[in-house]
Design a protein around this ligand. Structure first.
Ligand code: HEM
Length: 217
């Protein structure tokens, strides 16, 4: 026998799916801005060469990028604050924050399990330790983007914030690295969702997962 079990609360699903297009627009508009002064590289490799901007039609769109970035940042912030507040008040944070002392060891075991190098999964509740670290990490990254973003948005008025980030240049580097981090998170997250399968994905859409007898956690 199989039954539907509530996994994700309605509000959480809203915050999650609203965040997705906003974050996409923030990264897109951020790159439109970055085009105007694309200085970062890894050794000899230019991170975003001109041909890449040209390929996606992203050249000469600085003003548009700034306009989009500075509008959608408010939605990103409000949605993020509401999400964190809701997880705190609803108690959902207990499933999300890696509170176990063995969280990092468990996450490593999850990683080995995913690579088929380990048979058993560590015991878990709603999320495994790797998910807990990733989901908590992404919220901390969001706070980091907010702080460094404000520091480079108003470096004169918020000079103290820029100083806190190690100066304007350093705030800009951190802001950029965090953006690359979102792209990395996104690729791994979506790959994991595909591996976890339809039931898991549908759970984040309708809230319920189909659970067979004996599968309950
Ligand atoms: C196509 C894009 C995405 C898909 C298909 C997707 C899918 C999912 C699914 C299915 C879950 C539930 C996992 C489970 O029950 O084990 C989940 C949870 C989560 N996802 Fe995504 N996601 C996407 C984009 C994002 C993005 C862009 C972020 C943030 C940068 C994000 C952050 C999270 C977080 C924090 C959770 C935990 C939510 C909670 O329970 O409070 N996701 N996602």
């Amino acid at each position: 026998m199989a039954k539907l079990v509530l996994k994700h609360l309605l509000a959480i699903r809203w915050f999650h799916w609203v965040n997705f297009p906003i974050l996409f627009l923030m990264i897109w508009s951020g790159l439109l801005i970055y085009w105007a002064y694309p200085i970062y590289h890894l050794g000899p490799i230019q991170l975003f060469p001109q041909w890449l901007f040209a390929m996606f039609g992203m050249k000469f769109r600085l003003a548009e990028g700034m306009a989009l970035h500075f509008v959608f940042m408010w939605l990103f912030i409000v949605n993020g604050i509401l999400y964190v507040a809701y997880t705190l008040f609803s108690g959902e944070w207990r499933y999300l924050v890696p509170t176990s002392r063995s969280a990092f060891r468990d996450a490593w075991h999850v990683f080995l399990h995913d690579l088929h190098l380990r048979k058993e999964m560590p015991p878990q509740e709603k999320y495994n330790a790797a998910q807990q670290i990733a989901y908590t990490g992404i919220v901390v990254m969001g706070v980091g983007s907010l702080i460094t973003g404000l520091a480079i948005y108003k470096p004169a008025q918020l000079a103290w914030l820029a100083t806190l980030c190690g100066g304007y240049e350093s705030a800009r580097v951190i802001h950029f690295v965090l953006t690359m981090g979102y792209i990395g998170f996104f690729l791994i997250h979506v790959a994991q969702v595909i591996l976890a399968g339809w039931n898991n994905f549908r759970g984040m859409v309708i809230g319920y997962e189909l659970v067979r007898d004996g599968e309950e956690q």
